[in-house]
Design a binder for this molecule. Sequence first.
Ligand code: IVH
Length: 668
Amino acid sequence: MTQDIAQRIAALSAKLEEHLYRYHVLAAPTISDQEFDRLLAELQALEEAHPALKRPDSPTQRVGGAPTSDFPTVRHARPMLSLDNSYSRQDVEDFDRRVRQSLSGEAVEYVFELKIDGVALSLLYQDSLLVRAVTRGDGVQGDEITANARTIPTIPLRLRQPGINCEIRGEVYMESNDFARLNAQRAANSEPLFANPRNSAAGSLKLQNPHLVAKRNLRFFAYWIRAEGGGPTRHSECLETLRDWGFIVPEHQGCAALADVFALYDHYAAIRTTLPYEIDGAVIKVDSLSQQERLGYTAKSPRSALAYKFPAYQARTRVLNIHLQVGRTGAVTPVAALEPVPLAGSTIARASLHNEDEIRRKDIRIGDTVLIEKGGDVIPKVVRVDRSTRPDDSVEYSFPNQCPSCQGPLSRAAEEAVTRCDNPTCPAQLRRRLEHFAARNAMDIEGLGPAVVEQLVEQELVKDLSDLYELDVESLGALERMGEKSAQNLLDGLDRSKEQPFDRVLFALGIRHVGATVARTLARTFGSLDALCRASVDKLEATHEIGPIIARSLYASLPDLPALDRVLYKLKKARLQFAIQEEAAAPSSHFSGKTVVITGTLSGYSRDEAAALIERLGGKATSSVSSKTDLLVAGEKAGSKLARAQALGVAVLDEAAFTAQLKEAGVA
Ligand code: IVH
């Protein structure tokens, strides 16, 4: 009986995946939507009745698994680099010359491939099964978002070729129509809009509820593979292989000469608006993988590939007014209010004017007609003024000397371009500081959005960050549209934020130059705020990833932190984390600094869980056994990897020994 059901489940899974493939990848469905839904419902019912028989590649996962509260951070097996950008034929010719010179005049062929404007994702397949999906993150480590990736129909849960261990990289993107539909929906619900399809793809991938991700119509283009045991020798073959395995690949073409590259570039530049998705240029890649290897990498990008970007979209419109915006550090940014104009799929009504000098240099005046452009940034910029249409009576813009929020004086240091409001109690700054403090990547305080922040500041319930932790149900009752339930939610959110680790607190404080990444580095290096404030400029400068400029600026501003003294004192009293928690730092363990491979079936952990534990304990979990492997964790039915490890003399732990080590490290 169970046997029959298992067989039926397997057959249904295979059939549904095949239909998904035909529909989404081949765009050639062979059954109706109703028929598909009927099969899916049958599978869902069987799985519900027999949860033990649910398969890891079940298409039912595509409608979304259980929500997660946080995404584990995972290190990439090899860094996810970026590409050198170029904008002109000259740049491309220079690139070609460098390539040929480095290869001592060998014949070189290129692949011209569309550059999709989405977000990079790394997929790990073991025995052809999707086991892990990780975002690019900072290139070294990213967020594990496997459950979300499983909802993307163009990501195969199982490769169409059996027995493959590989990593695949590509771009998650949203088609322009789906983007427009999503934003229309969000507008109807008074939710904030996404600036472009790329941001909405990025935002969707990070949703904590996979059911919602499934509704976002994300798609995936694959463009990179590294498989165990060799494989293709050319990039063009990689793309063919990816297709065979069930992926969609970006449009591409081989080019023997640069003339072909330029012709293709011109063609796509002309038709780009007719494509269903956004491209921001092309990638030119050396076809031979052996040549790619020999060309190697700079710190940031491969020398064998170049992004050849399209010029930014431009439009003309009028400057209706110029406002000042006060940031959380007091920096005042002038912003142009524009006559709304459509540009690259969205309507533009504002543009940043950066600073006073920029306004003067471009001589931008209220009433001017300007050329604006949207580059890689979300906020468009003013390229230049059309002088020919300037009204005769227009007057030069004079930069105000009073803060629009607190009416305090604005100042500008001699060597700086930025104008500042120096009043630390300026309500606009406080609002921005509170918004930053509460943000998802900072203290992640639920219920503390901009509208609540504005009221808290206006009613003077909160005069600095630490006042947040003294709020109670009564005081919150004074706010508009804040019932007892939402007040309690906010208080709970504040309470939970006390658990946020030190690096988040450090970032949330909003110290200049301390972004999320720098905060993580500083937290790891110095361990506590006290130690950080005592650090010498040399020690700061010697810190990995912190350049001399940031180090010096930090050194100058850290002693100012005591100016925040009262606030810090109260935040400490509220029990926020001002030092690394012992268990948050990777404890020294059997796995510290070791490269570990997991194989076979473990009864107590999924492979993902085991890998996450190893990473938490300072080890690196990889998928293939090589001379670099220090340790093999072998579960039941360990096969060729065990044999290989034994042949290489790699230490092997069985599940009992593995669990014992985890216990010793205090994580099991
Ligand atoms: S190859 C070393 N191919 O562009 C990076 N990237 O600006 C190798 N991208 O991070 C990337 N389409 O997210 C490659 N056809 C394509 C691409 C592509 C979009 C993205 C990718 C990368 C970024 C670099």
